[in-house]
Each structure stands twice: as C-alpha cells, then as structure tokens.
Design a protein around this ligand. Structure first.
Ligand SMILES: [Zn+2]
Length: 266
C-alpha cells in the first residue's frame, strides 16, 4: 500500500493533495469563524449563521455545494460569503503544491499541517488583528520537532531564538519609543514557531520578505487611504506569505544569493 502510494506519478499525488486540501479548507473555515470566539471547532456541527439550521453533509462538500446551492443557505436563502469557497480553493491548491513539491515524505506531512495553519492565521489576522495562541503556542513545540527532523536541533533552536528574539526586541524598542504596541505578541509567538520550523537562515529570509511585502503594501495603503501603517495593518498575513515562499523556494533563493556573494573566478 505505502509502496503503491510512493510510486504514484507526482501529478496524481497532487490531485490527491487537492482533494484533501479542499476538505481541510472546509475545516479551516470552521477554525476561522470559531477560534477567535474561543469556540470548539468540533462541536456543534456547521450551521447557517443566519437561521442556525445545521448544514447537511451533502450541502457541505467543499466548492461543489457552494456552486450547487448558488451561494445560498438551502433553508433561509441567506447569501453565503464567497470567502468560504475561496478559502477552500486556496487551501486545496496550496495542498496540491505541497504534495507535488515534497512527494510522499515526512516533509509533506509536516507542511500539510503547516500550510492550512498559515491560511487560517492570515484570514483571522486580517479579520480580527490577532494571531491566535491556540495555533502559535502548539506551533512552537511542533516547529522544534519538525525543524529538528528537517534541519537539525541546533538550527531549529537558533531559528526560534533569533526570530522570537528579534521581534521581541523590535516590539520592546517600539514600545519604549512610542509608548504604543507596534507589533503584537501574536507576531512574536508566530515568528518563534516559524523560526523553529525553518531554521535561522530561513527565518531571517521570512522576516526580510515579510517586512518588504508589508512595507510595500503599507506604503501604498498610506498613500491611498492615509492609513496609520503600524497600527492598522496586521503583519501576520505578510509573515505567512513569506513563510510560504520560504517553504517552497527559500532554499534555492538563499543558494542563489550566496552564489552572488561568493568570490568570482577571474
Ligand atoms: Zn440559513
């Protein structure tokens, strides 16, 4: 059985990833709406937010049910937000990419857990400006175990200390200077967990890319809507995006960068 799965062509394996990811995306929607309210993600079963009628299993098939029901609750015809199928689709596609990139491996299992968590963090941080402890706190020991497996225990601990330490210093410094919180505690716990997972070089990469993306977006936002950059824009989505880039392309990008730094033969 395991032999058969590991021998599947990559595109079939990623189709399995897509189907699995769509289902995980459906669960991600439950997490996104319930975790900020500190509600259980297991009970009760999904129900319509308007009429409270439980959603039948057949009406809860990722993407397909939304299309069949034309985006409405079967009972009260309340419009269902396009965000729900969009999150299912994004999670499905990302999972297909994980399955394609990592094949049948422990890494695939690790990132099949990490990637949906990144989707959940992104949406919750946009909607509520928090990164829930219930994801980041277990994320730290998870990151240490998974990171130690992939990159060695030293690299994993260094990633945790460097990431968490840099953000803690930044938050502390900003607080002393401005008397207000620029960066939330959620960001510190997030980058500590991410650092443990990816190691010390890649956590620097995540911080750099996240700050760059956040800076560009924030600059545009300030220009267009006069946003107060540090207080209004959550950093989590940019960190999550940077983490995704690190997972898929971080290794080759760092290798390329190091090759530019290396002394050139004359
Ligand atoms: Zn309803």
């Amino acid at each position: 059985m395991i032999e058969n799965i590991s021998n599947l062509p990559p595109w079939i394996f990623s189709l399995i990833g897509l189907a699995f990811g769509l289902m995980v995306g459906s669960f991600a929607n439950v997490c996104i709406s319930r975790l900020p309210k500190k509600q259980s993600v297991a009970f009760p079963a999904s129900h319509c937010p308007k009429c409270n009628k439980p959603i039948h299993v057949m009406d809860n098939i990722p993407l397909i049910s939304y299309l069949l029901l034309k985006g409405q609750c079967r009972n009260c015809k309340e419009k269902i937000s396009i965000i729900y199928p969009a999150i299912e689709l994004v999670t499905g596609l990302l999972m297909a990419a994980v399955f394609y990139r990592f094949g049948f491996s422990v890494e695939c299992l690790i990132f099949a857990i990490v990637v949906p968590a990144l989707v959940i963090i992104t949406v919750i941080d946009i909607e509520h400006q928090i990164i829930p402890d219930i994801i980041t706190l277990p994320g730290i020991p998870f990151g240490l175990v998974a990171g130690s497996y992939m990159n060695g225990m030293f690299d994993s601990f260094m990633g945790l200390l460097l990431g968490g330490g840099m953000f803690w210093l930044l938050a502390e410094g900003y607080y002393r200077l401005r008397g207000a919180m620029g960066m939330g505690g959620g960001d510190i716990k997030y980058i500590a967990a991410a650092g443990a997972l990816v190691g010390w070089v890649q956590v620097l990469f995540i911080i750099f890319v996240g700050a760059l993306a956040g800076g560009i977006f924030g600059g545009i936002g300030m220009g267009v809507k006069k946003l107060d950059f540090l207080s209004k824009i959550p950093f989590g989505p940019f960190l999550a995006l940077a983490t995704l880039i690190s997972i898929f392309f971080g290794g080759p990008i760092i290798d390329w960068y190091m090759s530019l730094m290396a002394p050139k033969p004359l």
